[in-house]
Design a protein around this ligand. Structure first.
Ligand code: IMP
Length: 427
């Protein structure tokens, strides 16, 4: 039995979906523990392309239980669409394969309206999916939970209690039209009806699997630098994205976790606003975007691109207690004459070796780069570390030595088989 947490080490979009999908083969249960529809995994299985926002990508495997934990904020409409799309593609979505926490929160239409309206002034560059406002209501204790959604009377009672305040905020402060209350209640009652069979106390379910000695995979979304406490606040998402949240959002204790796999793209990307120390506004950044197909799976926005940042990665390793790395999209770096890696930042003559909390410092910082030789070869057909070009092996070894963590997995292409597995985390 082994329990593995998978988290992003950068600003999200590191390729967690593919790695989770691969590790699912060795696990019995996969549980998402935070975030919501802001995340998006594009998976390529055979000729089929599947985009998932809420259901763990383990759903693409037979006989795996996929759990949506209490730490999520769920858009029921998206969830139902995802279920329908998966069924259409021939995947079994039943109560044997999907369970939803009765304590997870629901994203309501007014959350999305608030998110959109605030972007006009706040400019965080959110995904516009209502994530922040839904987590706000959770903390404010006015959130709607899945247990409310699936109980028509309870849902009506809860919405009745909060609606006037929402309406006033939307119309008087944000100057947008509030949703029609009755229409909203009826629509959500109907969706609750459809989702009811899947809703349960998932912490109990997860513990049942643990007591049976099964392998569990905890799937994070976004990345450490978007963590609400530890990221580049306020340019962060509204949940905790580091590994500790796996315990909170899945309902297990820290003693249940055996290893933490940090997913690290071979370079860095970010979508939305906020500091990005190694960002390249030149043709090298454009080349990374073009070669890496760096456009958001959720919003289609072009991602900002830059070199690997060891300062950020050291931060993530410390915050999440990362025991292993998965280096992804290494194939994208084929054809670069040299590859740069930021080892530290410099500001006003001083060396900075951890990410500053003060965002005012970022614009004036210079990057301290190491420059490594690149490689020409296409590496997507390589299946063992030894067969990789010398420059590529040196790049991986450089990362491992500088971070003190082994790269257990190296991804050399988007397909499942385009992967080098150097250590079995469930072994
Ligand atoms: P929100 O999560 O929609 O509130 O967006 C807050 C910030 O997190 C924005 O900069 C988003 O672009 C970013 N973000 C949220 N989810 C993801 C993701 O899955 N990948 C990358 N960035 C994300």
């Amino acid at each position: 039995m082994s329990n593995v947490v998978v988290v992003g080490t950068q600003w999200g979009d590191e390729g967690k979906g593919k790695v989770v999908d691969l590790l699912t083969e060795r696990s019995d249960l996969v549980i998402r523990f935070q975030g919501g529809k802001n995340a998006g995994h594009t998976l390529v299985v055979g000729d089929k392309k599947v985009i998932l926002h809420l259901i763990p990508s383990g759903i693409l495997h037979k006989d795996k239980l996929c759990v949506i934990g209490s730490g999520l904020v769920i858009d029921p409409e998206t969830l139902l669409e995802e279920i329908a799309a998966l069924r259409e593609k021939g995947y079994a979505v039943t109560t044997d394969t999907v369970a939803i926490s009765d304590r997870a929160h629901v994203i309501m239409p007014y959350h999305k309206m608030i998110d959109h309206a605030r972007e006009a002034t706040q400019k965080i560059g959110t995904t516009g999916r209502g994530i922040g406002p839904a987590y706000e209501d959770k903390a404010h204790r006015t959130g709607i939970r899945m247990i409310d959604l699936v109980n028509p009377d309870l849902l009506r009672k809860k919405i009745d209690a909060l609606f006037d305040e929402k309406q006033e905020y939307l119309t008087c402060i944000l100057k947008v039209k509030a949703p029609d209350k009755e229409e909203m209640i009826e629509k959500f009652q109907a969706m609750g009806e459809k989702l009811r069979p899947f809703v349960t106390d998932t912490s109990v379910l997860v513990h049942r699997f643990i007591s049976q000695g099964k392998n569990l995979l905890f799937e994070g979304a976004q990345g450490a630098n978007l963590d609400m406490d530890h990221g580049t606040y306020p340019y962060v998402t509204s949940s905790n994205t580091i590994a500790g949240q796996a315990c909170v959002g899945a309902g297990v204790g820290p003693t249940m976790i055996d290893s933490v796999l940090g997913i690290c793209k071979a370079y860095t990307t970010r979508v939305g606003g906020g500091p990005f120390p190694t960002e390249l506004g030149d043709e090298v950044g454009e080349k990374l975007r073009a070669f890496g197909g760096e456009y958001g799976a959720t919003t289609g926005r072009p991602r900002r691109c830059g070199w690997l940042d060891l300062v950020g990665l050291r931060n993530s390793i410390r915050l999440s207690g990362i025991s292993h790395l998965a280096i992804t999209k290494l194939d994208v770096l084929s054809g670069f004459e040299t590859i740069k890696v930021a080892t530290a930042y410099r500001s006003g003559g001083s060396l900075i070796e951890s990410m500053p909390a003060d965002l005012e410092m970022y614009p004036g910082m210079e990057m301290v780069y190491d420059e490594l030789p690149g490689w020409e070869e296409n590496i997507s057909s390589v299946r063992s570390f030894d067969e990789l070009p010398a420059g590529c092996k040196a790049y991986i070894s450089y990362i491992e030595e500088n971070l003190g963590v082994k790269a257990a997995i190296v991804s050399v292409g988007p397909k499942r088989e385009e992967t080098i597995i150097r250590e079995d985390l469930f072994g």
